[in-house]
Design a protein around this ligand. Structure first.
Ligand SMILES: [Zn+2]
Ligand SMILES: [Zn+2]
Length: 368
């Protein structure tokens, strides 16, 4: 199968896409953060060894966010889990991988369909024509649906309409800012966003070429790699990559070191999916965002989802409106979760708790 579709091919194949894109009037990027968050201005990944031949590529905090990746060396080529938000970021990691091995990159695995985890696929597909891009059947469907959420081919079109507005807003904010530190941040964010728009305009997305609808074990050279499909969670289609011998799991955004992004998620299923993940034997987690974590972090993250849903249900049963919940629940949950969910500059507790309450309410109570 030709893994590289142009956006035009896609739009021809899916006539509904353009209409759907035009109907979308708000921009809720997967991993948006406060515009004045202090972030790095360079494309940086830190390759951290987590086991023999297994690396976590930890993304530097950027206004235009990148996901982490997992890099798995085998004696039959390199496997990379997730490809970041854009080709330049994928190139940056590709160069770092080249500094540790001359083996070709033969396989990419996409953990889910969000923009910041797959929009760099094309770099690897162009460099290695036989490349396999692996994911779940549902994630591939989401990548080509016009209305899946914060990712996929249609979302590139949506961003092409909305990022120019974001640039305009950053420019206006910069023009009215007087504090030197804030001006420096806004200038850096504006530069990143302009460069991102240029990349979006040239994007030639590479879609998955091999999909699964249930858990499988792949023997890649000397390495055993399990692709776990455990149910819905962060999205409908999440996959986990489990290395049983090395006791490592890469989780995408279904388990991260930030507050979760829930807009395309299934809060109650998500808890059950993490229950299923917990049964596997691993000691280290390479999350979609944040740093490498021990297995115990699963308990903390799942606890947040469980307590958030329970708090929203109880408040609803007590007659509270959504607005009242958004006023009272952040402080109610803060004691247990604010510190642990605010370890990094991005994805902090107070940045996301309001939206999380709203999404939990919408999905669990209103069921919209
Ligand atoms: Zn992400
Ligand atoms: Zn995501």
């Amino acid at each position: 199968m030709n893994s590289s579709w142009t956006r035009r091919d896609f739009l021809i194949k899916s006539g509904a896409a353009l209409a759907a894109v035009q109907a979308i009037d708000h921009f809720d990027p997967c991993c948006a953060m406060a515009a004045d968050a202090s972030t790095a201005d360079k494309e940086l990944f830190e390759l951290k060894p987590v086991a023999d031949g297994i690396y976590a590529a930890i993304a530097a905090p950027r206004y235009k966010v990148n996901s982490n990746a997992a890099v798995i060396l085998t004696n039959d080529g390199v496997v990379v889990v997730d490809s970041h938000s854009k080709p330049s970021a994928a190139f940056a990691l590709y160069r770092e991988i080249r500094s540790i091995t001359k083996q070709p990159i033969k396989r990419i695995i996409n953990t889910h369909f969000h923009w910041d985890h797959w929009q760099g696929n094309q770099v690897y597909a162009e460099a290695f024509p036989g490349l396999e891009i692996i994911t779940s059947e549902r994630t591939r469907e989401n990548l080509t649906r016009p209305d899946a959420g914060s990712g996929g081919v249609a979302y590139i079109e949506k961003q092409l309409q909305l990022v120019p507005k974001e640039i305009e807003k950053l420019g206006n904010d910069l023009a009215s800012a007087t504090d030197p530190a804030q001006r420096a941040r806004l200038e850096a964010n504006l530069r990143q966003t302009e460069a991102y728009l240029e990349e979006l305009r040239k994007m030639n997305p590479a879609l998955p070429t091999r999909t699964f609808d249930q858990t499988v074990t792949l023997n890649v050279g000397d390495r055993e790699i399990q692709i776990l499909l455990l149910g819905r969670g962060h999205t409908d289609g999440d996959v986990f990559i489990h290395l049983p011998k090395e006791k490592v799991v890469a989780t995408g955004d279904a388990l991260i070191d930030w507050m979760p992004f829930m807009n395309d998620g299934y809060p109650e299923d998500w808890v059950r999916t993490l229950d299923a993940l917990e049964k596997f034997d691993f000691t280290q987690i390479i999350p979609g965002h944040g740093g490498v974590m021990p297995k115990q972090q699963l308990t903390f993250f799942r606890g947040y989802l469980t307590d958030l849903v329970a708090a929203v249900k109880k408040a609803d049963a007590d007659g509270a409106s959504l607005d009242e919940m958004k006023r009272t629940l952040p402080d109610l949950l803060a004691g247990k979760y604010e510190q642990g969910m605010s370890k990094h500059p991005l994805g902090q507790y107070r940045d996301r708790i309001g939206l999380n309450i709203e999404i939990a309410y919408r999905k669990v109570i209103a069921k919209t």
